[in-house]
Write a protein that binds this ligand. Structure first.
Ligand SMILES: NC(=O)C1=CN([C@@H]2O[C@H](COP(=O)(O)OP(=O)(O)OC[C@H]3O[C@@H](n4cnc5c(N)ncnc54)[C@H](O)[C@@H]3O)[C@@H](O)[C@H]2O)C=CC1
Ligand SMILES: O=C(O)C1=N[C@H](C(=O)O)C[C@H](O)C1
Length: 268
């Protein structure tokens, strides 16, 4: 039996690519979509193409009937409320949108376990970013000092990126980085040292020409290790990881965070 999917944010940059891939996948069925600007129309028509029989709703709550999994690529402002709404409706959730903190995910985990629903949250569903996280987790076992630089376009509305936030929070699994001079003891403008996310300093740059790049720099004695992921301008790189999450999440109860690179490499 196919997994019945709703894509929220289906006329956006990432949601459109994901919805198109769901339509193509033989084991998945796109049963509804959410887009405020195209509410009331058919998704194919909303994309400027032939109709495809997928209704577009203006609000997620209207789109959840007969859905197994909702995939959300809307915004940091709505992701928390959308996730809770879906869980309360008994629908599994793939969280693509950035903006949820580790604390948010702990709270969501509690609600999801009560409802016996799965939530698959990925700060970045691309293969390269998944490998970045794995490489950084390995490095953190040996090099105990690190900071993160998060580069994105000047239009990205949130900071830090979901990619940088998840990386900082995953690195916290190895304990906080060692710090010689506490950030709070910095003279001058202490904000210049960035935001502290789960014990890691994160520096977010927002400049024209970037899509997204994430760099984690480990400092050792008289050496540095720099691990950097660079994103191009198409949303295709997020599709395989998102489809993997859609297929996995019905077998999950509570929150699962981040992709397994081996599972993703097999799918890519
Ligand atoms: N986890 C990952 O791998 C990735 C995460 N993202 C995240 O996904 C989110 C969306 O990113 P993009 O696709 O670049 O954005 P986008 O702006 O191109 O698309 C978002 C769409 O959602 C719609 N939307 C916003 N709020 C809504 C609401 N309350 N109800 C219904 N529709 C709503 C917007 O109108 C827009 O059509 C961002 O938070 C971004 O950081 C983006 C790419 C990859
Ligand atoms: O806002 C975006 O566009 C993106 N956001 C993601 C994030 O916050 O990490 C990932 C991405 O490459 C695009």
């Amino acid at each position: 039996m196919s997994v019945r999917v709703c894509v929220s944010g289906a006329t956006g940059w990432t949601g459109r690519a994901v919805a198109a891939a769901v339509i193509e996948a033989p084991d998945l069925e796109l049963v509804s979509a959410v887009s405020r600007s195209a509410a009331g129309s058919d998704l194919g028509a909303a994309w400027g193409q032939d109709t495809i029989g997928v209704p577009v709703h203006g609000r997620l709550a209207e789109a959840l009937d007969d859905v197994d999994v909702v995939v959300d690529y809307t915004s940091h402002e709505t992701i928390r409320a959308h996730t809770i709404q879906a869980i309360e409706h008994g629908v599994h959730v793939v969280v693509g949108s950035s903006g949820l903190s580790a604390r948010d995910l702990e709270e969501i985990d509690e609600v999801a376990r009560m409802a016996r629903v799965g939530v698959f949250a990925g700060g970045n569903f691309s293969l390269g970013a998944t490998v970045l996280t794995q490489a950084a987790l390995l490095a953190a076992q040996y090099l105990r000092t690190w900071e993160i630089v998060d580069y994105a376009s000047q239009n990205k509305p949130d900071a830090p990126s979901g990619t940088a936030r998840e990386l900082a929070e995953r690195l916290a699994e190895h304990g906080p980085p060692t710090v010689d001079r506490p950030v709070a003891d910095t003279g001058g403008h202490v904000e210049a040292r960035g935001a502290t996310v789960a014990g890691t300093q994160v520096h977010s740059l927002r400049l024209p020409s970037y899509e997204l790049a994430t760099e984690v720099i480990f400092g050792g004695a008289d050496e540095r290790l720099v691990i950097r992921h660079e994103s191009g301008h198409s949303a295709e790189k997020f599709v395989a990881g998102t489809l993997h999450a859609i297929r996995s999440v019905p077998g999950v109860i509570g929150v699962v965070r981040g992709l397994d690179p081996d599972a993703l490499a097999q799918q890519a």
